[in-house]
Design a protein around this ligand. Structure first.
Ligand code: C2E
Ligand code: CA
Ligand code: CA
Length: 386
């Protein structure tokens, strides 16, 4: 068996090739398609934990479809001999059954291909795999056409409302559906890994625009980076490339990350975080106070900014646990030299209490809603940040 790294677009096998191996997808997605029909007909999208290419080994037939990496990923290649050896160890009845099932599947596949059963358009009626594949394609096309755009929300000084920086938030300006929010398209991008391209695309635009704003205390930019970026070693060179390209000082870039990045490969994630810290970028832990997030993760990670989740922030209005928790968090963060940024501040009273608890900076609809990047930059320039 052999581990294989693939890049988006890599060809794994073609229709009619002899079937000499099978693959297990460890990371990323592989598209299986056929051109037997005269056009490119997607058959399925194979994701993490799934096997493909095994049927030809079982019945000795050549490939009946083409397999291409839809995203960067990792595969485990299992040779025909290894696969057959594994099969040989199963009960003969089961092995025989498998051969019969594959034969039956092939028959159905042939009937489907030859007959009128084959639809010209992928539709949700063809199952969730097809719907997802179609949606994934739409998103890739949208990205290529420049429809995925950065919006920004100002991060402000609580006492004066003065703008200090911006958090960049992705929006999809869909010609058919209007302005779509991250919840409408990022979960899919998160499943397929496309999120990495989206994050870098959004980052580049925002960094370039923010770099053009100078002055005594120019704005910083907070960029959300998915946990995907902490599973391979490309984030650091990619970000360095963007800093060079856009001319933005590293100190004005805040990378927002969530603690889920510690789930897969904590050692690698920590190494990447240290690398970011070394080039002068600041790290912000996002959504603090949600789920199982706890103070215990803080001392392990090189974190400079703690973003307090809206659920905890809205809770401080009442004299209860959230207020006590926040008071402790602010004091501990102060000891650790971290800046606290409460999010989702919607009313003046909450802003007041947060200041009493020791917060200086914050973010929320009370001050400003997310807005198009250009609009925010223009507003900053005309008011010099006030
Ligand atoms: P987040 O990083 O926690 O971003 C803050 C979210 O809270 C934003 O939602 C923002 O519009 C919303 N918000 C800000 N102030 C208030 C307020 O006062 N009240 C309420 N109710 N909401 C407020 P949005 O833009 O829908 O983004 C949702 C999530 O999608 C973000 O949560 C972030 O996790 C993710 N996201 C957005 N853009 C990107 C991106 O470019 N890359 C990645 N990886 N994730 C992104
Ligand atoms: Ca964020
Ligand atoms: Ca957040």
């Amino acid at each position: 068996m052999m581990n294989l790294s693939v890049a988006a677009g890599d060809l794994l096998f073609r229709e009619d090739d002899p079937a000499d191996c099978a693959y297990l997808v460890e990371e990323g997605w592989v598209e299986i398609y056929t051109e037997r029909t005269g056009w490119r007909q997607s058959l399925s999208l194979i994701g993490p934990g799934e096997v493909f290419g095994e049927m030809g080994i079982i019945d000795g037939s050549p490939r009946t479809a083409t397999a291409v990496a839809a995203e960067d990923g990792k595969l485990l290649r299992i040779t025909g001999d290894q696969f057959r050896a594994l099969l040989g160890r199963t009960e003969p009845f089961h092995a025989e059954l498998l051969v019969k099932l594959v034969a039956r599947f092939r028959e159905a596949q042939r009937a489907w291909m030859d007959g009128s059963l084959l639809p010209r358009q992928e539709s949700s009626a063809m199952g969730p795999g097809y719907a997802m594949l179609a949606r994934h394609r739409d998103l890739v096309d949208a990205l290529d056409r420049g429809e995925i755009v950065p919006f920004v929300q100002p991060i402000v000084e609580l006492s004066s409302g003065r703008w200090r920086g911006f958090e960049v938030l992705a929006r999809w300006r869909s010609p058919g559906s209007g302005l779509l929010l991250p919840d409408d398209f990022l979960p899919l991008a998160e499943r397929t890994g496309l999120i990495r391209r989206i994050d870098l695309h959004i980052a580049e635009h925002a960094m370039r625009a923010v770099a053009a704003v100078e002055g005594a205390s120019p704005p910083y930019v907070n960029i959300n980076f998915s946990a995907w970026h902490f599973r391979d070693d490309r984030l650091l060179p990619n970000l360095q490339g963007l800093l060079e390209k856009t001319g933005l000082a590293a100190g004005r870039v805040h990378v927002e990350l969530t603690e889920t990045l510690m789930l897969d490969d904590p050692e690698r994630a920590l190494r990447i975080m240290s690398g970011l810290e070394d080039i002068g970028v600041k790290l912000a832990l996002d959504d603090f106070g949600t789920g199982y997030s706890s103070l215990s993760v803080l001392h392990r990670m090189p974190i400079h900014i703690l973003k307090i989740d809206r659920t905890l922030v809205t809770g401080v209005l009442a004299e209860g646990r959230p207020r006590r928790v926040l008071r402790n968090v602010v004091s501990l963060a102060g000891d650790l030299g971290m800046e606290i940024v409460p999010e989702g501040i919607e009313d003046a009273e909450t802003a007041e209490i947060l200041q009493q608890l020791g917060c200086r900076i914050g973010q929320g609809y009370l001050f400003a809603r997310p807005m198009p990047l250009d609009q925010a930059i223009t507003a900053w320039k005309t008011s010099a940040g006030v």
